[in-house]
Design a binder for this molecule. Structure first.
Ligand code: KIV
Ligand code: ZN
Length: 518
């Protein structure tokens, strides 16, 4: 069986999902879990876009030992240099250079002739080779690029030193047969690919729901790297989902005759971590890791499963790491058991974080009898959420008068990063409206609330409430979450988290604008 490399781009293309921006601490936590999962390459970010992205890629590169750490770069000298700087301390570093090649992009985006695109690509691949031996080149929108142009630019990229050629279906337009044919055609036209061991790679978007099928078709035609994301998150309808690609090859090894190095038992844990930290819920019927993926409702199915599991299950849920029973902690649980549980959930924490979290855990265990995995994940999330932000507003005090009267009043005190506190009060159409108005008055940030969701983290009357909000400020959308046994407090925390993210994004945008494409 041939091995297909898994290139995970959750932290780059995945993070481009609207509202899913991750802070540095969250990215590092996910990168560690991706390495445990066994991915071969982690695209950790796009270093030129912000200092935060640069630092995240640099830290991940310095920390990981087995996985290759990759930074994305346009064909711009400053981009390549920044990506090179970010991955220079990696045990295995890669620069991923891309340039659009389709007619539609050339005419409307670049206003350049194809020959110029080839030259620019070659120059920047060579520049990237000055930093690392492992350079990937992507002709963006490859699936809509004329085949003769793809052959030409691929040949030139290989001559310039690219070792992996990725052929993105950038807009999710291809069909499996067409996309697979691109790979076999390139291999026929350019024998150098197989002769030199150049890796062809698939990168598929899911606009027509074909991203996984297209990726598998590419693998059947010689692609030996698949680019994908956890839970299929990514631009628009997302990218090919890692868990679906891997489990298809795993379950249907008889058909595909291909394997990966993924430790499938880590899939569920990784999926939950990414969902929690990005704030992007997994749909219930999502293949492999959705809540219903292994649930059987019909009586005939339940009867069959009881008699023989394989009558209605093609995969064993234990193979993707779905836990059989949940361990429950309570107020008598010690620090050791608490830390062990955190580690079993896939998080790596230092002693200081355990101290901080254990104090919060004890406070929670005093308020509710049983503390479940979901409760611990909620504590971890909010800790990571604030870990790499120093410039935050935080909630110091909250009082709400409401009841059945339609007009509610909220008094809010907020502390800023310098330790200064400000208090203001506001009325509103219900308690949440009143709190959000008071927060807007204090922070001076006005944003439109475009989504508000509330749910119980676990079952039971004493469950923690989780609130997720989405705010829109001009063209920027951000998410925030808050967790507390008091849902009014959770609502305030979620709103403040979103406003804090908005502010850190303002900084990022300002930095990116100062390094815009020439
Ligand atoms: O979809 C795409 O074309 C990309 C490239 C940057 C590889 O994400
Ligand atoms: Zn993409």
């Amino acid at each position: 069986m041939d091995t297909v490399r898994i290139f995970d781009t959750t932290l780059r293309d995945g993070e481009q999902s609207p509202g899913a921006s991750l802070n540095r601490a969250e990215k590092i936590e996910i990168a560690r879990q991706l390495e445990t999962l066994g991915v071969d390459i982690i695209e950790a970010g796009f270093p030129i876009t912000s200092n935060d992205d640069f630092e995240a890629v640099k830290t991940i590169a310095g920390e990981l030992g087995r996985a290759t750490v990759c930074g994305l770069s346009r064909c711009v000298a400053a981009d390549v240099d920044r990506a090179g700087e970010a991955v220079k301390n990696a045990a295995h570093g890669r620069i991923h250079v891309f340039c659009a090649t389709s007619k539609i992009h050339l005419e409307h985006k670049f206003k350049k002739a194809f020959d110029e695109i080839v030259k620019i690509s070659v120059d920047h691949i060579e520049r990237a080779r000055g930093f690392v031996d492992d350079v990937e080149f992507s002709p963006e929108d490859a699936s809509r690029t004329e085949l003769n142009h793809l052959v030409e630019i691929t040949g030139a990229a290989i001559d310039a030193g690219a070792t992996t050629i990725n052929l993105p279906d950038t807009v999710g337009y291809a069909t499996p047969e067409e996309y697979g044919r691109i790979f076999s055609y390139l291999r026929e036209q350019l024998p150098v690919i197989d002769a030199k061991g150049i890796i062809l790679s698939a990168h598929c978007h899911n606009d027509l729901g074909l991203a996984v099928a297209n990726s598998l078709a590419a693998a059947m035609n010689g692609a030996r790297q698949i680019e994908c994301t956890i839970n299929g998150i990514g631009e628009r309808a997302g990218n090919a989902s890692l868990e679906e690609v891997v489990m298809a090859m795993n379950t249907r090894g008889d058909y595909y005759d291909l394997t990966t190095k993924i430790k499938t038992k880590e899939i569920y844990r990784t999926s939950r971590m990414v969902s929690k930290l990005t704030g992007l819920d997994v749909q219930r019927n999502k293949a492999i890791i959705g809540e219903n993926a292994f649930a059987h409702e019909a009586g005939i199915h339940q009867d069959g499963i009881l008699k023989e599991r394989t009558t209605y299950e093609i995969m064993d849920p234990r193979d993707v790491g779905i836990p059989e029973s949940k361990l429950v902690l309570g107020k008598h649980s010690g620090r050791h058991a608490f830390r062990a549980r955190i580690e079993e959930l896939g998080y790596s924490v230092d002693d200081a974080a355990v101290d901080r979290l254990f104090t919060k855990f004890k406070a929670l265990a005093d308020r509710k009898k049983n503390v479940y995995d979901e409760d611990i994940e909620a504590l971890l999330e909010s800790d990571l959420d604030s870990a790499s932000r120093t410039d935050l507003w935080s909630l110091a005090y909250l009082q709400v008068n409401g009841g059945t009267h339609p007009i509610a009043t909220a008094t809010v005190t907020i502390t800023d990063s310098s330790g200064e506190t400000r208090t203001d009060a506001s009325t509103g159409d219900g308690p949440i409206d009143a709190i959000y108005s008071a927060i807007q008055r204090i922070t001076g940030v006005t944003a439109e609330l475009t989504d508000y969701q509330i749910r119980a983290v676990t079952g039971g009357k004493d469950a923690m409430g989780e609130v997720r909000v989405e705010l829109r400020h001009h063209d920027t959308r951000v998410r925030g979450r808050g967790v507390s046994t008091d849902v009014i407090e959770a609502s305030a925390l979620a709103y403040l988290a979103a406003i804090n993210r908005l502010r850190s994004l303002d900084y990022r945008t300002a930095e990116a604008a100062s390094t815009a494409h020439p």
